[in-house]
Design a protein around this ligand. Sequence first.
Ligand code: KG4
Ligand code: ZN
Length: 338
Amino acid sequence: MTMLLALESSCDETACAIVKDGKEILSNIVSSQINVHTQYGGVVPEVASRIHVENISTVITEAMKQANVTMDDIDAITFTQGPGLIGSLHVGVQAAKTLAWQFHKPLVPVNHMTGHIYANRFALDHDLQFPLLALVISGGHSQLVWMETEYDFKVIGETRDDAIGEAYDKVSRVLGTGYPGGPVIDKMAKNGKEHYHLPTPKVDSPYDFSFSGLKTAVLQLIQREEKAGNPIIKEDVAYAFQETALGLMVSKTMNAVKNLQPKMVVTAGGVAANSRLRAMLEEEMKKFPSIELSQPPIKYCTDNASMIGATGYVAYKNGIRGGFDVSADPSLPMPGEE
Ligand code: KG4
Ligand code: ZN
């Protein structure tokens, strides 16, 4: 039995979880700063780091209390080394090092994005199946990741410009519907209809995405309508944006499914919480009944520390360790990648 204390602080959630054998969550404490950042229309890095500092000790204490464990029960400290906001990451990294030093525990640094992928472990009653294709979509990343085997990651496709979550947040800002944009647009689009037309972004390679042109097209559409004196039907804008953005992402994902024939397809990251995306993928994957599709419950899609415990467990078993010189890396590549 392996018990890990996991820490996550890469963006605007301060989180600690106690996870047994990478699949059993004994506690999962997430302190979200969303209410604070909403006032500014997005995450303010300086503010985020300061709130992490204020909250991290409480979050750790609470996670241990809820799991009913002491430091004697913990085999290792695993934490997000990157990618993310540098100031935010530092807080989790320093907390992890302090605990490791004080209680003589090994340190297991992990990549945040691998955590999103391994969050699927909680949605399944069996291990991940390889080869595996992961669609990792968050506020900072949009990637198609190929895993030939356990803890082996190859980015086969990614966005050329903005991450999909970033595009959701920006479109929401121009519509005046606030931050974070994903959940609002998801909800609004349900009441929208086909009314506006947006051009599908053109990306020549089979697995890459691009969202910045689409974001600009939304902005131009709104300006055009305003100039013509037409009222903006926000629900219809949300609908048009979402159908176009998700349509592109699903078509790229299906290219990879067809060409590479994985055993399993998983989604990961905050945008994987999107209800329309979930429905679209389920529909498309019906054409491939022998390939399993896993879309984790929404609470495991957004940032949390139990996902770090899930990937940290596999890293720990693979002998991955960090020394006291390990430091936060805002653009940490996937393990095995450059
Ligand atoms: O993975 P995550 O919690 O943090 C990062 O690592 O970035 O993802 C946050 C992103 C935000 O851009 C947010 O707008 C988006 O996930 N998001 C959604 C939905 N829920 C959250 N996007 C689309 N539909 C949703 N339902
Ligand atoms: Zn994330």
